[in-house]
Design a protein around this ligand. Sequence first.
Ligand code: ASN
Ligand code: ZN
Length: 322
Amino acid sequence: PALRESARRSLVISSAQRTQRRVLPVAPPTATRDFAPNRTIKDAGRQETLPGKTVRAEGADATADPVVNQAYDWLGVVFDFFEKACRRDSIDGAGLPMISTVHYGEGYDNAFWNGEQMVYGDGDGTLFTEFTGPLDVTGHELTHGVTQFTAGLEYYGQSGALNESVSDVFGSLIKQWHLGQTADQADWLIGQGLLAPGVRGEALRSMKAPGTAYDDPQLGKDPQPADMAHYVNTYRDNGGVHINSGIPNRAFYLAAAAIGGHAWERAGQIWYGTLTGGKLPSTVDFAGFAAATVDTAGTLYGTSAAEVTAVREAWTGVGVHV
Ligand code: ASN
Ligand code: ZN
């Protein structure tokens, strides 16, 4: 609780401000105050011990290790996204230093947020390449930090799948923001470029077409459902958090596609407001989260706005009825 965010005020707005927001639904991307990142990259030297030794601190020159420099640069992009697109000062909204450890383990096939920092494996080169490669992987992991400091979505079952989905949503938005893509230009893939050469597939997950990201003899087939009719009941993976996240992922894609333009400007603001608005129970299910996004869209754009319809129809499109 001491770690919970102090800046819930962002969504607590007076009715006068609310009226103003309807006229100018997208808040100007430039913040009234400038935030500064504080990045530290550490190297675990292929051991599984954290945090490892510091190899690059904020403001220091690039090192001879491209993996270190990639991690540093992606942390910067993620920081800039939250600052400029969400008016958020780092992961906790209060300037939290960003720490990342690279070269974790030997051929380690994952990346993760451990509650305090981010960690990258190098991949085994057979299934996966370096986890520092795709920007959306860094965005995904650091968004687990944002969720921890805001809605605190419990990492099990539907709230866990929502936790996963929120990380994919912002991972993808950060990539789209960096590339300047509109919703129809984006690939809506998570971890494109991460699969080793020879693996049959294009990415870890597809938000647009869950279940189609890969189909490989070693990796198996992408297990994600695209709607509630194919919801997977399982005790594995914390109750399918990386599986059923396909459902809210596709709902976000459908909402963003229907709204059009840059997905972070309206659909992204609706999801961000929902995540950080202080109203979600940590054990919220898909239906509760869906209702909250409709509510947030109404607060941001007016209850009869096209954005509200787009969000409601997106959830209906994946079989979640609001
Ligand atoms: N890369 C995974 C994730 O962030 C690690 C995990 O399973 N927690 O979801
Ligand atoms: Zn995750």
